[in-house]
Design a protein around this ligand. Structure first.
Ligand SMILES: NC(=O)C1=CN([C@@H]2O[C@H](COP(=O)(O)OP(=O)(O)OC[C@H]3O[C@@H](n4cnc5c(N)ncnc54)[C@H](O)[C@@H]3O)[C@@H](O)[C@H]2O)C=CC1
Ligand SMILES: N[C@@H](CC=O)C(=O)O
Ligand code: NA
Length: 439
């Protein structure tokens, strides 16, 4: 490495899980990183509320006020790793206005304010990079933006929340309680500051919005995503799904169809021999169907300090290379040129068609099954499989599981409303969509 090369000066804001991971990866792999970046990447300033014993900050400027980093003339790139959408937004805007490039892992901020932030970055001729914001260490932004640039992307589907996948995997494989596994995921640094973002599907929705924008050339639109989390799933449903040959995964799905774009995040039954069904623990995976390449699959750690740092550092290396070439806007932020982004219609959920898994508690007496079957038939919904579990001693009701063929959600809503109104059915009907991914 030529020692005379001008270093790229980095300011890191936030020294938590990802901040400390980034700091240490930059240090541990400094030589290989400098060789790839054609310049040393040197942390010159850290903004952190408190010290982190995992980081040796000797010789590095430390500020308790992170805005000091955003205004520091000795910083070329600000790395935002504090999270949230208020202070983080102000910090990034301040950095951009001060002529600094920005790298962030903040999917909430990109999903909700990315359109404005990318415009601001373009106005100031600086880069705003966010590889770590989706699927942690998996280079999925790079893949969509560059590797698949020759394709029309038809659809993508992914496990894009590590915490949620960790919880579902532990519940199924080790019969562990939801709350215990969530607490463990928090201790391991996988969960968001507010873990309801993970378990209610909000984090996955943030990431899906970003993926859909990159895939289809549409502006970021968080409000358009249908979002369901994993909190209502029961161990029973995970078991019944297995019996039927499926596994329950929390998926983000984006499809470009003739009638509009589907944007949805929800628990999904997928055949258990498909690759996505076998992605376990904190791992994420995104399956992308391109018109020319066909299906491609991206797999790896979706959360955690070092894996996420891997993506942050990759952005820094990419940026350093672009800086050495004197061109930071070579690749459009959202893959498509700003002037080519197009508002496409979003398909209302009532019109989205999938097969369905429905579970209900039914009286164990003659006539109930035929009544339910006729409600489905009146709605034009055909039944693929129906399982009635044997009653256990003393039980008056039995679990009834119905797998339907493809049916629009609106039809299923109507059928379920009628079924729930039957005297022979107790409580609510559990509904989970089924997806046969042809990947
Ligand atoms: N933990 C993970 O596996 C992943 C996290 N992310 C994203 O990375 C970002 C950071 O996440 P984590 O490192 O997990 O969070 P964290 O909570 O471990 O770290 C955030 C740090 O920022 C500090 N901080 C917050 N506001 C501050 C302020 N105003 N001034 C100074 N310091 C401040 C906190 O004290 C904390 O040390 C978030 O946007 C998150 O969504 C993205 C991918 C994976
Ligand atoms: N909380 C997130 C962190 C990475 O994005 C997750 O669990 O996936
Ligand atoms: Na990534």
């Amino acid at each position: 490495m030529d020692d005379s090369l001008k270093p790229v000066r980095i300011g890191i804001c936030g020294l938590g899980t990802v901040g400390s991971g980034t700091f240490n990866v930059l240090l541990e792999n400094a030589d290989a990183i400098a060789a790839r970046a054609r310049a040393p990447l040197q942390v010159t300033h850290v903004g952190a509320r408190r010290d982190n014993p995992a980081c040796d900050l000797a010789g590095i400027r430390l500020s308790r006020d992170i805005f000091e980093v955003a205004r520091d003339p000795e910083v070329d790139v600000l790395v935002e790793l504090i999270g949230g959408t208020t202070v983080a937004r102000e910090l990034i805007e301040t950095a951009i206005r001060s002529g600094k490039h920005v790298v962030t892992a903040n999917k909430a901020l990109i999903a909700e304010y990315g359109n404005e932030l990318f415009a601001l970055a373009a106005e100031h001729n600086v880069a705003l990079r966010y590889e770590a914001a989706v699927a942690g260490g998996i280079p999925i932004i790079k893949a969509l933006r560059e590797g698949l640039a020759g394709n029309r992307i038809e659809w993508l589907a992914g496990i894009i929340n590590g915490t949620g996948n960790y919880i579902l995997s532990e519940m199924r494989e080790h019969r562990r309680e939801f709350a215990d596994v969530l607490a463990e995921a928090q201790a391991l640094g996988y969960a968001e500051a507010d873990p309801t973002f993970d378990v209610e599907g909000i984090d996955a929705a943030h990431k899906l919005v970003i993926l859909a924008s990159l895939a289809f050339g549409i502006p970021l639109q968080f409000a358009s995503v249908y979002t369901e989390g994993i909190t209502l799933l029961t161990p029973q449903d995970l078991d019944y799904a297995e019996e039927l040959g499926y596994r329950v995964k929390h998926l983000g799905i984006a499809k470009q169809g003739d009638r509009g774009v589907e944007l949805r995040v929800h628990p999904t039954l997928i055949p258990k021999d498909q690759l996505l069904a076998n992605v376990n623990g904190v791992k994420n995976a995104v399956l992308v169907e391109g018109s020319a390449v066909g299906p491609t699959l991206y797999y790896g750690a979706g959360a955690g300090g070092k894996p996420t740092a891997s993506a942050v550092v990759a952005d820094l290396v990419d940026l350093a290379r672009d800086l050495s070439a004197g061109q930071v806007s070579r690749v459009p932020s959202l893959s498509f040129a700003d002037t080519s982004l197009q508002d496409l219609p979003i398909l209302p959920m009532a019109e989205v068609e999938t097969p369905w898994y429905l579970r209900m508690e039914a009286d164990d007496k003659p006539g109930v099954l035929s009544r339910i079957a006729s409600i489905f038939s009146d709605q034009g919904i055909s039944i693929e499989a129906l399982i009635q579990k044997a009653p256990t001693a003393g039980q008056v009701r039995v679990p009834l599981i119905v797998l339907t063929n493809r049916a629009a959600q609106g039809r299923v809503d109507d059928a379920v409303e009628q079924i729930e109104a039957l005297d022979s059915i107790a409580g609510r009907v559990t509904r989970i969509r089924v997806e046969i991914l042809d990947g």
